[in-house]
Design a protein around this ligand. Structure first.
Ligand SMILES: Cc1cc2nc3c(=O)[nH]c(=O)nc-3n(C[C@H](O)[C@H](O)[C@H](O)COP(=O)(O)O)c2cc1C
Length: 326
């Protein structure tokens, strides 16, 4: 491991390390207005949510690295205590980047970025029409740490009104594929939270899983399961009994519809289809497998079941794989 003490690095190097390791960071597109009534728009990825009761978010318009001066967003917030914070989606990211240009004080970034200003209901700063998720906010506190370039000014804000496009909801939940958010990483890298990048991890809060330590050693020592697979196995509340394992295996055996071609090729075929029941049927119907080979194929089957979120079935297959099936 490389080791660093921040005080021995240049400020840009510290910033680069933080931006590389703390991410992907959500992006707040922040709209403010000056006392003179000039609109301002800028993105901030030092941003997150900190509570829901009341709804509190915070972001950091830090001092300019170049000369330690304050950014317009900071100055406007300081004076007016109001802002609109909106989510940044994939189809607006280039315009948002344009809004981050250091235009002279007094330039309206709505005009420069081509994003559309619309009236807010409770505060003066404008909302960005293109964003499907907009929050009207009041400044609660501004916390500053340091006074040179790149020092933090954390604007802590309360959300006083949400405006959310109804099309991004699926069954009452904002769906990642509908909102299509982007996030900031190191350098010029961004990422898009969409499609194959989205996956689910069942919350352990609702139940009490057995934990990693209770997983039998023969499962932990297998070279088929990944660390994530084992973590998922540790989230089951009760390990299936030997009887439950036998009953499940007998049921699958009875339903076997594999014909003459139950050779190893068909296992691979079903593996690519992630059809773990067919994979199991192939293994059970194939009497010419060696014990080691059979164990490995069963473990691959358990892994496929696990990745299909069938944790109980995965456990049964994993336990069956550990039996002396020779
Ligand atoms: C995606 C993105 C994220 C950014 N995040 C931050 C940030 O968290 N803090 C910051 O001070 N500047 C950040 N910047 C740079 C500001 O947007 C930039 O300095 C902008 O000109 C500030 O505008 P203002 O002077 O109108 O407030 C970011 C830029 C981009 C493109």
């Amino acid at each position: 491991m490389k080791e660093y003490l921040p005080q021995e690095l240049s400020i840009p190097d510290v910033q680069r390390l933080l931006q590389g390791g703390v991410g992907p960071r959500p992006i707040a597109l922040v709209s403010t207005i000056s006392k003179e009534g000039i609109n301002n728009l800028a993105p901030f990825s030092f941003y997150n949510v900190f509570g829901a009761n009341p709804p509190v978010i915070a972001f950091s318009p830090s001092r300019r690295g170049r000369d330690g001066s304050f950014k317009d967003t900071y100055l406007n917030l300081f004076e007016t205590k109001e802002c609109v914070v909106q989510a940044v989606t994939f189809n607006m990211v280039e315009q948002v980047s344009l809004a981050s240009t250091e235009f002279e004080n007094g330039i309206d970034e709505f005009v420069k970025s081509g994003l559309t200003p619309i009236q807010s209901d409770l505060i003066k700063p404008k909302r960005v029409k293109e964003s499907p998720f907009q929050m009207e906010c009041k400044l609660l506190d501004m916390m500053s740490y340091g006074d040179g370039g790149a020092s933090a000014n954390i604007a802590i804000c309360e959300v006083i009104k949400f405006h959310i496009d109804e099309d991004i909801f699926v069954n009452g939940l904002i769906h990642p594929n509908k909102i299509d958010l982007v996030a900031r990483m190191s350098g010029d890298f961004y990422c898009r939270a969409f499609g194959e990048n989205i996956f689910e991890v069942e919350k352990p809060l609702a139940k009490k899983g057995i934990g990693y330590d209770q997983i039998p050693d023969f499962i932990k020592q297998s070279n088929i399961y990944s660390a994530n697979n084992l973590g998922k196995l540790g989230n089951i509340e009760i390990i299936p009994s030997e009887n439950a394992v036998s009953e499940y295996i007998q049921k699958v055996k009875r339903s076997t519809v594999i014909e003459s071609d139950y050779l190893i090729n068909s296992f691979e075929h079903y593996l690519t289809q992630k059809d773990f029941t067919k994979m199991l049927q192939v293994v059970l119907a194939n009497s010419s497998l060696t014990t080691t080979n059979k164990k490995q194929l069963l473990e691959k089957t358990a892994k496929a079941a696990l990745e299909a979120n069938q944790t109980e079935i995965a456990w049964k297959i994993a336990l069956f794989a550990g039996r002396d099936n020779g």
